[in-house]
Design a protein around this ligand. Structure first.
Ligand SMILES: Cc1ncc(COP(=O)(O)O)c(C=O)c1O
Length: 424
């Protein structure tokens, strides 16, 4: 039986623990597991038997969190990691190799850009950037391209790419499409795999956790990509027991050579393990995901419409507004709403600064997806490491304020914002 999203977000991934009968998923705070016998241990280590071996790779709380996320993203295999950044690094290292090339959206989270510049390029893997449009991606793709990387909703421009059209292009060229779906809110607003993407990345730190209380990430594999292509030599490489990831995947339903390699690299080799405490907070977050995100999207739209009327505001950037260039695409790619983040340009830099210094209810900090409303000026903070031209290309101006909308009463937020803009 296939349950709907709201049912899956509270039940998927949990089998009630038979000894304790605990209703909540227990936090299994253990680094290791007792083997039944010498034969059992040997079979586990030989990969002949599935089971918990060691906490760097295996933990039942983390497994429940991963399974729940898989269900919400309609994925076939996946792994949870210690941060969104760990998930992105692992996914890229799992499929790339020296001599290959990866095309990234030019409206990219700075941390992903950092992986490209500090890890991929020095390793010999080419990096190119392109606007997240069909035309620009078509031009950027080459014979050695091994991935196209997009974000569901870009930060802070709120550009929404046509994932379905770009996925069709990637399919034709046999290139996996990776979508950082952090802003797609755990699959509630967007399930990129159902639009034809191959791999989904999450920073669980944001809406999945939803309360700004831990750092975590995940990779979800759609299971449909053919990794036997010669462009992916790493999938043919042999593990310590002489088996290639491709051969192992044949024996594991749902798993792919990519997901097995990501597991091997991210957890076994690099140890980017999510703690069971963080996984528990992730599970708690997921149980109310749709309720929180729905409310946040509704408030974001209301706030965007209100901000449009304010004299101290030059421009509001939100895909739910007909004025946004991605409005029509967003209607096709997103469901339930247009996201919980909006940006606005104050009439000048002094007004933007005044707003940040005067807000009381909204917190001035570098995060998104919290239950509390948070605001920031990307020009001087999250995007400060880019040169001015690159900032403007990413839709960032000195007077821009990004708002990640929380769960407060919208009337209180309007009051707080009005006070902060007053007299400007
Ligand atoms: C779109 C996006 N992807 C990935 C990340 C990285 O996630 P984390 O901070 O959990 O490492 C972030 C963090 O801000 C993000 O906004």
């Amino acid at each position: 039986m296939t349950y709907r999203f709201e049912t899956l977000q509270v039940h998927a991934g949990q089998t009630v623990d038979p000894s304790s009968r605990a209703r909540a998923v227990p936090i299994y705070a253990t680094s290791s597991y007792v083997f039944d016998s010498a034969e059992h241990a040997a079979a586990l280590f030989a990969g002949e038997l599935e089971g918990n071996q060691y906490g760097r790779m295996h933990n039942p709380t983390v497994a429940a969190f991963t399974e729940r996320l898989l269900a919400l993203e309609a994925g076939s295999a996946g792994l949870a990691l210690s941060s969104g950044q760990a998930a992105s690094t692992t996914a890229l290292l799992a499929l790339a190799s020296p001599g290959a090339q990866i095309v990234f959206s030019n409206e990219l989270f700075g941390g992903t850009f950092s992986i490209a510049r500090k890890i991929l390029e020095p390793w010999g893997c080419g990096v190119s950037t392109a606007a997240p449009t069909m035309e620009a991606i078509t031009d950027a793709v080459q014979d050695n391209t091994v991935a196209v990387w997009l974000e569901t909703i870009a930060n802070p421009s709120c550009t929404v790419p046509d994932l379905a059209a770009i996925a069709a292009l990637c399919q034709e060229r046999q290139i996996p499409l990776i979508v950082d779906n952090t802003w797609g809110c755990g699959g509630y607003l967007c399930q990129p795999l159902t639009h034809g993407a191959d791999i989904v990345i999450h920073s669980a730190t944001k809406w999945i956790g939803g309360h700004g209380s831990f750092i975590g990430g995940a990779i979800i594999d759609g299971g449909g990509f053919d990794w036997a292509n010669a462009k992916f030599p790493a999938m043919q490489s042999l593990d310590s027991r002489g088996r290639s990831y491709l051969t192992r995947a044949e024996k594991k339903p749902g798993q792919t050579a990519f997901s097995l390699r990501a597991y091997d690299l991210g957890l076994f080799t690099m140890g980017m393990t999510l703690s069971p405490y963080a996984a528990f907070l992730g599970l708690q977050g997921l149980e109310t995901l749709s309720l929180r995100v729905q409310r946040q999207c509704d408030t974001a739209l209301e706030l965007a419409q209100w901000l449009e009327q304010q004299d101290a505001v030059k421009r509001v950037i939100y895909p739910g507004l007909p004025s946004h260039p991605s409005h029509e695409t967003a209607k096709k790619m997103l469901r339930h709403g247009f996201g919980a983040v909006l940006s606005f340009e104050a009439k000048d830099t002094a007004t933007a600064r005044q707003f940040l210094d005067r807000v009381e209810l909204a917190s001035h900090l570098a995060n998104i997806g919290d239950a509390k409303t948070v605001v920031i000026n990307p020009w001087t903070t999250t995007h400060a490491s880019l040169n001015d031209e690159a900032k403007r290309e990413a839709g960032v101006s000195p007077e821009l304020i990004r708002v990640s909308v929380g769960l407060e009463d919208p009337a209180d937020l309007r009051l707080d914002f009005a006070r902060a803009l007053q007299g400007a």
